[in-house]
Design a protein around this ligand. Structure first.
Ligand SMILES: [Ca+2]
Ligand SMILES: [Ca+2]
Length: 187
């Protein structure tokens, strides 16, 4: 049985630049705008993203379920939902916990697989924009900005390596330079 991880002091967390990214992620995920996230929040995300169904959809459900379980473990106070502040603190604690690196990588890969509808192991601009809109984005300009941000080698497509690097940057970068929550499947 995994033990809850102690949370940091709130006043220390407030100075962490990643809190801005994680607050935005909360807002993108809280689609019913009730100020809380619950396990069911991720089912809504899967429904939005998972038009094709099948194996990829169940992999995504599994990844999000593991992610939620880890978030609640890092929250450590029990209960069934997280407020924005609780979500940000739990995600910051999760990001600092090296034992969750495998989970982060699996999530990145399953979200990538969901976005990738073609046969090649990369996202074209069209695939990416479709994925961005399914994830809640409405703005073509924002989709293209996120595409450019994630196309680290600038070859006009988002490879799996590009996408995974985007997820790592999102989770672990100290600076607030990367703001796109698309790597989580939510915009
Ligand atoms: Ca909600
Ligand atoms: Ca690329």
């Amino acid at each position: 049985m995994p033990q809850p991880v102690l949370r940091r002091e709130a006043h220390l967390m407030a100075t962490d630049p990643s809190s801005t990214r994680f607050e935005k992620l909360f807002d993108a995920m809280d689609t019913d705008h009730d100020g809380t996230l619950k396990a069911g929040t991720f089912q809504t995300l899967v429904r939005r993203l998972g038009r094709s169904g099948g194996m990829q959809k169940s992999n995504l459900e599994q990844s999000y379920h593991e992610f939620w379980t880890e978030l609640m473990r890092h929250h450590g106070d029990g209960g069934y939902s997280l407020s924005k502040q609780q979500f940000v603190q739990a995600l910051q604690a999760l990001a600092k916990d090296t034992s969750t690196r495998g989970l982060i990588e699996r999530m990145s890969n399953t979200v990538f697989d969901m976005a990738n509808t073609g046969f090649e192991d990369k996202l074209s601009k069209d695939e990416f924009v479709r994925f961005f809109k399914a994830a809640g984005g409405s703005d073509d300009a924002a989709a293209l900005a996120a595409f450019t941000e994630l196309d680290y080698d600038g070859n006009g497509a988002i490879s799996r390596a590009d996408f995974n690097r985007g997820m790592k940057t999102y989770m672990f970068a100290p600076a607030s330079s990367t703001n796109s929550s698309i790597v989580f499947g939510a915009v």
